[in-house]
Design a protein around this ligand. Structure first.
Ligand SMILES: [Zn+2]
Length: 112
């Protein structure tokens, strides 16, 4: 009988682990996708506070899957005008954007 009890408690432990892993999945997905800053903080908070409602968990899961990864504005490599991440053409000089982040630009500026 002791063996059956042991198996029972091991299964219970595994079940708790699986439920916990599922519960925190939105947070894990968000961080794995590289969502950062306020958006990531909000996902973590909503996950912890509203995850138990089920609907809150579903919403935060979809959010973690869809949230835009880039928070920072990007700079046009030709005229250094700030561009929105979604923009493909620069609003200032009209040229097609070559991907460069504000951080990359900053590191180029400080190197030269
Ligand atoms: Zn430009």
């Amino acid at each position: 009988m002791a063996i059956m009890q042991l198996i029972g408690s091991v299964l219970k432990g595994v079940l708790i682990f699986v439920v916990a892993a599922l519960y925190f999945a939105p947070m894990v997905i968000a961080s794995a996708r590289g969502v950062s800053g306020n958006r990531c903080t909000t996902i973590v908070i909503v996950n912890l506070l509203l995850g138990w409602t089920g609907i809150g968990w579903l919403v935060v899961l979809l959010w973690a899957l869809c949230a835009a990864v880039y928070d920072r504005p990007r700079l046009c490599p030709f005229c250094a005008e700030v561009m929105k991440f979604e923009d493909f053409f620069c609003g200032n000089c009209g040229r097609v954007r070559v991907s460069i982040s504000a951080d990359e630009r900053h590191s180029i500026d400080t190197k030269s």
